[in-house]
Design a protein around this ligand. Structure first.
Ligand code: BDP
Length: 719
């Protein structure tokens, strides 16, 4: 056995370039080369004592087994009888209370349900290294943190570390259809095999649970928000139960999307009116039935009266009537009702930007306390850059949760490397100035509005059946970043990138710096070559792949023209008081500053202002030249990313290097396409020449306009 291990170690050290398809994500434990860390890990693992029994402790044992065999090429020794001899203790505060001082106990208790405390504990002259939580899942989170510190070679056994999540519900929203297609999914099919469930349990479900738990993600909604009523049938519940049972030891709760009209579709009723007693009864019975299968079921996620989905408006009721009726059915089970604020309608003659606030502000304070309003980061729709949604701050008595989109619907889908953490960080750090003078988006989502309120951050998943889970290998970094930011919305993007790179590619310092550089420049690059200076929603119709600022016809708020409003005088959407006045939905500090086209941060200029082509930008350029410069800069930035990646060929395994290298070449082509198509199109309005210092947009606008993408993934094909 020893010989085999030595052989494997030898191979691992001398052939780091073994093929790697990315399946193991950031949990691909590698042999530790740092002798001190290796010894410390070996010492710890030579005597592991877990206090008590719990299904989560079995997960911990499995993880330690796997990690040790990979990292130190030895199995851990679980000591089950004599804790005093064990080096490494794991358990909850109550299980270990007799060994902890009062101060330690108070400190650990304050870390809450999911927090953990780790470090040396001295008992009768012997030092044990301990990981302690208030619940077993806290211990599990501590174990993942320990593994991370060992893998990244930052472990220091003398340090006391404690941490806890700032947001209670850290949730993935899958937009997975029941036929295995994924709405806006770019990584293959849905990982949920509803046909083979409940009988067949795909081992991938466990890998999925591990990955989420390693980030602290503790909730998943498994079905598309454009929901089907069949999800609420008994047969389906039996399938979901299998997932819920599997995920429970990993601390993950399951949610389902509820179709508002289900009482009619599967309940035989003639109405879905939320105030109708028969409708209430339908939902109560359905909810009770789900809880009979899944006692810790999380609750429902609902998209209603948006993009054609049914909702309370059909019956003259408002969103609070709809949400509260479902919340009442869940309340006795401690379930949550997550209601989406992504509502807009083309029948309403109002700027789409304003519609959610118009609907929800009058309802502030009217929701039950187990309702969370899930608000997208911006008021339009997951654009490459959006100012924060004005509902953050505007609602004071309603719990609002964040919805980010991890899948890159508008950000290059699976052919582009765009690290989203900087974009999310920008939103989270935005000052809202309300409800408190020093409020930010992150403080709003971290603060419960009442004693019982639950805080939430949700991310629309980018996961599919591709071997590497996310289509583009760097999509994994976005899944990772979402988990880290949901745990701690204050964390900075560079730190997340650094962790992910080390866990994914290893410790080579030069490589870490170079990849980090690529990741941290990638979002700004994408904004530059797609939608600089506040442009938005100018992508291809329906599939949203590639540039199409010319889209017009049909429903106005699904066209590009509606958003960029280019004409012979200038470009941009006037949302000031002389336009739609969407700015009035923000705090006066923001409204005042942003109403002035010379004061608003330039990145939001065309989002809120229609300005002339010769408008002077801060750097002295005209708007037209500035726009051209941004588009061109975006392309150049991608070329830089490409060159940096090429320089890493010798230090990254060929399979992953080549995968990313090929995709960066596509990204470069797509960036050039974006720049050319947009500039040639906007030039038909500005009638101005391109600045001489940029690479001149080439190609023919009519050609760009004629391009069709029948194979674009993520939506149901219409052929
Ligand atoms: C948009 C997507 C659409 C989703 C919708 C939503 O294009 O497919 O159904 O958001 O969030 O971004 O409900």
């Amino acid at each position: 056995m020893k010989i085999l291990f030595s052989f494997l170690l030898w191979i691992a050290i001398f052939f780091p370039s073994f093929s790697n398809d990315g399946y193991k994500l950031w949990l691909d434990y590698q042999p530790i080369t740092n002798p001190t860390i290796k010894k410390d890990m070996a010492d710890l693992m030579s005597g592991v004592f877990i206090f008590g029994e719990d299904p989560t402790y079995q997960v911990i044992r499995n993880e330690l087994n796997l990690a040790c065999q990979k990292m130190i090429l030895e199995a851990p020794t679980f000591n089950t009888s004599d804790k005093t001899k064990a080096q490494f203790w794991l358990g909850t505060r109550t299980q270990m209370s007799q060994f902890l001082s009062m101060t330690e106990q108070v400190e650990i208790k304050a870390l809450g349900e999911d927090g953990y405390w780790m470090g040396p504990v001295e008992v009768n002259g012997k030092t044990h290294y301990a990981i302690i939580g208030n619940r077993p899942v806290g211990v599990l989170y501590g174990v993942y943190n320990l593994m991370k510190s060992i893998q990244t070679e930052t472990f220091d056994k003398s340090l006391l570390i404690s941490d806890y999540p700032k947001v209670k519900l850290r949730m993935l929203n899958h937009w997975d259809n029941l036929d295995k297609t994924v709405e806006r999914g770019y990584a293959g099919a849905s990982i949920w095999d509803w046909h083979k469930l409940p009988g067949y349990v795909d081992p991938r479900y466990i890998e999925y649970a591990r990955a989420n738990a390693s980030l602290g993600i503790n909730a998943v909604s498994v079905t598309n928000v454009n929901a089907k009523a069949i999800v609420l049938t008994t047969d389906f519940m039996k399938k979901v139960k299998v997932l819920a049972d599997l995920f429970r030891p990993y601390g993950i709760k399951v949610f389902l999307t509820a179709r508002f009209s289900a009482p009619m579709e599967i309940g035989g009723l003639e109405t879905a009116d939320p105030l109708d007693p028969k409708v209430k009864d339908f939902w109560q019975k359905k909810t009770d039935e789900i809880y009979s299968y899944i006692p810790d079921f999380g609750g429902f996620l609902v998209k209603a009266n948006s993009e054609g989905q049914p909702g309370p408006h059909e019956y003259g009721r408002n969103h609070a009537d709809g949400a509260n009726m479902l919340a009442a059915a869940l309340a006795s089970h401690q379930g949550l009702l997550i209601w989406r604020a992504f509502v807009y309608s083309h029948e309403v003659d109002e700027d789409r930007h304003k519609q959610a606030n118009i609907e929800f502000e009058p309802l502030d304070g009217k929701f039950m306390n187990n309702v969370i309003l899930q608000v997208k980061n911006g008021a339009i729709d997951f654009q490459p850059r959006e100012p924060f949604h004005p509902l953050f701050g505007a609602l004071k008595k309603t719990q609002v949760g964040m919805e980010f989109q991890i899948t890159q619907e508008y950000l290059g889908q699976a052919t582009q490397l765009v690290f989203l953490a900087p974009m999310w960080e920008e939103v989270l750090k935005s000052q809202t100035f309300t409800p408190k003078a020093n409020s930010t988006v992150s403080s709003v989502i971290e603060s419960p509005v009442s004693e019982k309120a639950i805080t939430l951050m949700a991310g629309v998943s980018n996961i599919g059946t591709d071997r590497n889970w996310t289509g583009h290998l760097f999509g994994q970094a976005n899944w990772y970043a979402f988990g880290r930011q949901a745990w701690n919305p204050e964390i900075n993007s560079a730190e997340i990138a650094n962790e992910w790179i080390k866990l994914t590619f290893g410790q080579n310092q030069v490589m870490v710096e170079k990849i980090s550089q690529i990741m941290l420049q990638s979002h700004e690059a994408a904004v530059d070559y797609m939608t600089p200076l506040g442009l938005h929603h100018i992508m291809g119709r329906s599939h949203h792949y590639g540039p199409a600022p010319w889209v017009t016809g049909g429903r106005a708020d699904w066209t590009s023209l509606y958003y960029h409003r280019a004409d012979s005088l200038g470009i941009g959407f006037d949302r000031t008081s002389s336009g739609t006045d969407a700015l009035a939905q923000y705090a006066s500090e923001i409204e005042n500053e942003w109403s002035d086209p010379h004061q608003i941060p330039e990145k939001y200029l065309l989002w809120f202002h229609h300005v002339p082509w010769d408008f002077k930008l801060k750097d002295g350029n005209t708007l037209w030249n500035g726009l051209a410069n941004h588009y061109d800069r975006g392309v150049k930035s991608v070329r830089e990313m490409q060159q940096t990646w090429k320089s890493l060929e010798s230090v990254i395994d060929p399979e992953r290097w080549d995968h990313v290298n090929q995709l960066l070449a596509i990204q470069e082509t797509e960036a050039v396409w974006w720049r050319n198509a947009c500039l040639l199109y906007f030039q038909t309005f500005s009638k101005l020449p391109f600045p001489s210092e940029i690479e001149q947009p080439s190609g023919d606008l009519e050609y760009y306009k004629s391009l069709q993408f029948p194979y674009a993934p993520g939506i149901k094909p219409n052929w």
